[in-house]
Design a protein around this ligand. Sequence first.
Ligand code: G3I
Length: 356
Amino acid sequence: MAGRAVRAVLIIAVILGPVVVFAVGAAAPGNLQPTLRSVAAARHLVLGTAVRLTAVDNDPSYDDVLATQYNALTPENEMKWATIEPSPHAFDFGPADALVDFAEANGMVVRGHNLVWQEQNPSWLTDGHWNRDQLISLLREHIMRVVGHYRGRVAQWDVVNEPLAEDGTLRPDIWSEGIGPDYIAMAFDWAHQADPRAELFLNEYGIEFGGPKTDAAYRLVAGLRAQGVPVEGIGLQMHDPVETSPELPALPVVMARLNSLGVDVAVTEMDVWLPTASAAADLGAQAAYYRTVLADCLAAARCSTFSTWGFTDRYSWVPGRFPGYTDALPWDSELRAKPAALAIRAELARGNPFNR
Ligand code: G3I
């Protein structure tokens, strides 16, 4: 059901693709022809990026590359609890609505991010002294209101974000400590009630190459599926320093193992960080990294989404949070296509009779 909805939007996206060039103004320097989204549509791939409303509102060249090159977007922060329910029971959908409107105007799919997380929660929530029933009630209201508001307009939701600790135990946070492990099943059930056609994901970082956290994600989703909980996908975030490349051969194995649970996998937040000192020299290695992950997604039994955490080095969370790293995205800070963007396009075009 959810897959059909995504396909329908993609068909519209193919039709709208050429129109978009004219809808968003003058072409930015890095606007490739043929576009990434034209080759992605031919592969039935949701090709997305995280986006910031501040950039969408103020940077026309950003909008140009975004709408011409991508067929999907994920609000980077605008759907998080602190923004969307800043006061108890008072919802502010304005910033997220603006991004959903932008997506629809440009024939793009929306990935909703996220409904339950330990970060970016408002202080009224984190500082409150709630008993279990109160927390359940707050979580239920939040999910029903947010998913209900976007019913039919958000194709995929990251319902539960980053629930696992590195050792594979449940991360101790407001939800696991205040409600217990059942909060995960509850969240998926409510999201499904609010929009039965949205595809519901558990989204996690650091599970793409195997190990205790991957095993825990597998067991967690297996257990949820056995109980009939409507989890339909596992998001692999893939925030990876480029020197992680020796681990890449493990990725197809992990994808196949997670697919064996009967769920999709998706690359949801990929960026490939370059050490500041060697960034220019490492562009080729970065391109190869992106291309390998995309090839693995295209080859997997069920990987319909490949999304990066931003697309231009002009706006990226990486240097602010990890000062030794930079330039993690496929377009540079002048919005010129980097080798990574060309590698993504080449991989999408490979084996496609309609493209070189
Ligand atoms: O909105 C306030 C603004 O009012 C204030 O003036 C400013 C001062 O620093 O902060 C603003 O909030 C920032 C927010 O981004 C919006 O820009 C927060 O400080 C900042 O911590 C926050 O960072 C975001 C981070 O999630 C929060 O943990 C990043 O932009 C965002 O890229 C990042 O995204 C996460 C995914 O959601 C989950 N997976 C990992 C990924 C990277 O950390």
